[in-house]
Design a protein around this ligand. Structure first.
Ligand code: GUN
Ligand code: ZN
Length: 436
């Protein structure tokens, strides 16, 4: 193989540890004039320009971005690709929102050509927003996930996805059966799991839409293949929790429904977890399971305020999710903007370096991908974004007033969105370039 090396010179920032564990100062590295060296799709080196530039081999191209910040690509720990076309649907809370908007929209994904169109729009939107890895719900239809993986493979993206399993409490046109859900999921796993950068997630929608028989089979699948994910929803809204209690009176609580069926452990990712009790947090932590904090969705559906400190206090792995289409933005900068407000409403703070961690290395850790992604440690996959400090007149002006990196980063999070994403790279290749 011929060696392909590129150098990117700009301000460079990445997380190296969880601020909750090491303190803010020790949680990141910053190079005001830095160089990121990428070789054959992986990080080769990161350092100050004065140190790295003199040693660069002749002929290595150097791209210089004096008004930009390079960070690792963002990681979205929970999102639904079939809901792209129904983002921003008015007026309902979770269960009515599902029946009114979601199920009729997802019905269209029985058609592979439609699924392929939407997968293209969806991936483009993620990349426009600097998100290079996502844990993605398909629809109940096997073809929806085939279309998604084909589109992600063409761009060489590290993506995790799965076919929804749902065999009850949903319209007939959108249900599978325990046997067909198992067989379709298994076929997708054998075709796609570990192919290139793609990974599979066993995806029961949530406890109310799966029979105990289907949940058992999902648990069986989850144990069958190494490195597989389990992806579902948990304790999002009060009404939903009451429904789960009525459907599973024999179980201790919502999490116990999944636990009982073996749907817990490393690489099990539960979206929301807004109303968890201490015992549930403890169980998530001791099993190495993760929760996706989805602030724009929780606010949009009126589900409640996520208690980040409580979950982290118990040692639960937490990633950041957009949860599009209940979430209202593909942008992790905007998710962090809303996350800050969720914390404020609870009298708590969200430090900008903690925000950076949640959207990058923390997300990678929640997904057990921190050996491959999340920061610029040498050897990791070169997924990164170039963020334009001059994306809008207001951002330009606000950043001129900033006197510290923390202030700059916080303003970027609060004011930034897709307009800031100048270019996105996956495995060292440019996969999105904003119009100048
Ligand atoms: N619970 C079950 N299905 C869904 C979904 O599609 N979105 C959200 N936010 N919650 C769910
Ligand atoms: Zn969701």
């Amino acid at each position: 193989m011929t060696t392909s090396t590129h150098a990117y010179r700009a301000a460079i920032l990445h997380s190296i540890a969880d601020p909750a564990k090491v303190g803010i100062e020790h949680s990141y590295e910053y190079f005001a004039d830095g160089v990121l060296l990428v070789e054959n799709g992986r990080i080769k080196a990161l350092g100050h320009a004065v140190d790295l530039l003199p040693g660069l081999a002749a002929g290595v191209p150097i791209e210089h971005h004096p008004d930009a910040l390079i960070t690792p690509g963002f990681i979205d720990s929970h999102i639904h690709f079939p809901q792209t076309g129904m983002i921003a649907a008015y007026g309902e809370q979770l269960l009515d929102w599902l029946n009114t908007y979601t199920f009729p929209t997802e019905r269209q994904f029985a058609d592979k050509a439609h699924a392929a169109d939407v997968a293209g729009i969806f991936l483009k939107e993620l990349l426009r927003n600097g998100t290079t890895t996502a844990l993605v719900f398909g629809s109940v239809h096997k073809v929806s996930v085939e279309a998604f993986f084909e589109a992600a493979e063409a761009l060489n993206l590290r993506m995790i996805a799965g076919k929804v399993m749902m065999d009850r409490n949903a319209p007939d046109y959108l249900t599978d059966t325990p046997a067909s859900g198992y067989a379709d999921s298994k076929a997708l796993i054998e075709r796609w799991h570990g192919k290139g950068r793609l990974l599979y997630a066993v995806t029961p929608r949530f406890a109310p839409t799966s029979s105990p028989e289907q949940l058992s089979l999902a648990g069986e699948l989850f144990r069958q293949y190494p490195g597989l994910y389990m992806h579902t929803h948990l304790s999002e809204s009060r009404q939903e929790i009451d429904w789960v209690k009525a459907l599973f009176p024999e179980r201790k609580g919502y999490l116990d429904v999944y636990d009982h069926h073996g749907l817990i452990g490393p690489r099990a990712v539960f979206a929301h977890g807004v109303h968890l009790c201490d015992d549930e947090c403890q169980r998530l932590a001791e099993t190495g399971s993760a929760v996706a904090f989805c602030p724009t969705s929780n606010l949009f559906l009126g589900s409640g305020l996520f208690d980040l400190e409580k979950l982290e206090g118990h040692g639960v792995r937490v990633g950041l999710g957009t949860d599009v289409g209940a979430g209202t933005s593909f942008s992790q900068l905007q998710s962090l903007n809303e996350a800050y407000k969720v914390m404020q409403l609870q009298g708590k703070k969200l430090d900008p370096f903690k925000s950076l961690y949640l959207a990058t290395l923390g997300g990678a850790r929640a997904l057990y991908l921190d050996d491959k992604l999340g920061n610029f440690a040498a050897g990791k996959e070169a997924d990164f974004v170039i963020l334009d400090y001059r994306a809008t007149p207001l951002l330009t002006y606000r950043l001129q007033q900033a006197t510290s990196l923390a202030e700059k980063l916080f303003a970027l999070i609060m004011l930034g969105d897709d307009r800031c994403v100048q270019e996105t790279f996956a495995a060292g290749q440019s996969v999105h370039k904003r119009d100048p």
